[in-house]
Design a protein around this ligand. Structure first.
Ligand code: MG
Ligand code: ZN
Length: 214
């Protein structure tokens, strides 16, 4: 009985996600779901991307957090319209929350919608939000064993972005190991290496993101 109920909820989420995706597509909006653990650098990566060339992105952002408006304020500080979702304890965003947030936003054709999920390597992977692209972040300080330990999220993402690579000299983090581990889970997903602090790799990632929007 409980299993049936869980399936039902997920199916409802999948249907809502499809509606979100259809709405994004028909309004000319391209949606990217950004997942990763707390502190892996999701907000900081967005800031770095927008610093690179904000006019080309024409971005709008949904920030998902359990509490606080810190991240939405950071977006507004760099001139990007942002809506904050506070999940009040819920450890992931779902399609319903995204749909509600979108009602409060003004979209224009050409917009990129970046949805920063709640920091979580586990259940965020099970909830389609209606995005066109999902990217998973893994920071160097988290350790190079995380792809093996949390396979679901990396398997269900379109790319892996290794963040904070300016710290590689200070941690035993084997980029090759992570790349190999990902290859066995998601053979087609590219691995990007970036440092928002130094700017290394940001323009390459930006270029790849733009290529996905076709
Ligand atoms: Mg954040
Ligand atoms: Zn959750």
């Amino acid at each position: 009985m409980k299993i049936v109920a869980a399936k039902k909820i997920l199916k409802a989420n999948d249907q809502l996600a499809e509606e979100n995706r259809r709405r994004f597509t028909t309004t000319g909006v391209y949606a990217v779901n950004i997942v990763g653990s707390p502190g892996c650098g999701k907000t900081t990566l967005l800031e770095a991307l927008f610093r690179e060339d904000q006019a080309r992105w024409s971005p709008v952002v949904i920030e998902g957090d359990i509490a606080s408006q810190i991240d939405a304020e950071r977006m507004e500080k760099v001139g990007v319209p942002a809506i904050q979702i506070n999940t009040e304890g819920m450890c992931h965003l779902d399609a319903n929350m995204v749909a509600a947030a979108c009602q409060a936003m003004a979209f224009h054709p050409g917009n990129w919608l970046f949805i920063e999920n709640v920091g979580n390597l586990v259940c965020t992977s099970g909830f389609d939000l209606g995005e066109h692209l999902r990217i998973a972040l893994l920071s160097v300080p988290e350790g190079d064993d995380k792809v093996v330990k949390y396979p679901g999220i990396f398997q269900r993402s379109d790319a892996l972005v290794i963040t904070k690579i300016d710290l590689l000299d200070h941690f035993d983090f084997d980029v090759q190991r992570v790349t190999d581990d990902l290859k066995s889970l998601a053979p087609d997903a590219p691995v990007w290496q970036v440092s928002a602090r130094t700017g290394e790799g940001i323009s390459q990632l930006a270029e790849w993101l733009r290529q996905q929007r076709t």
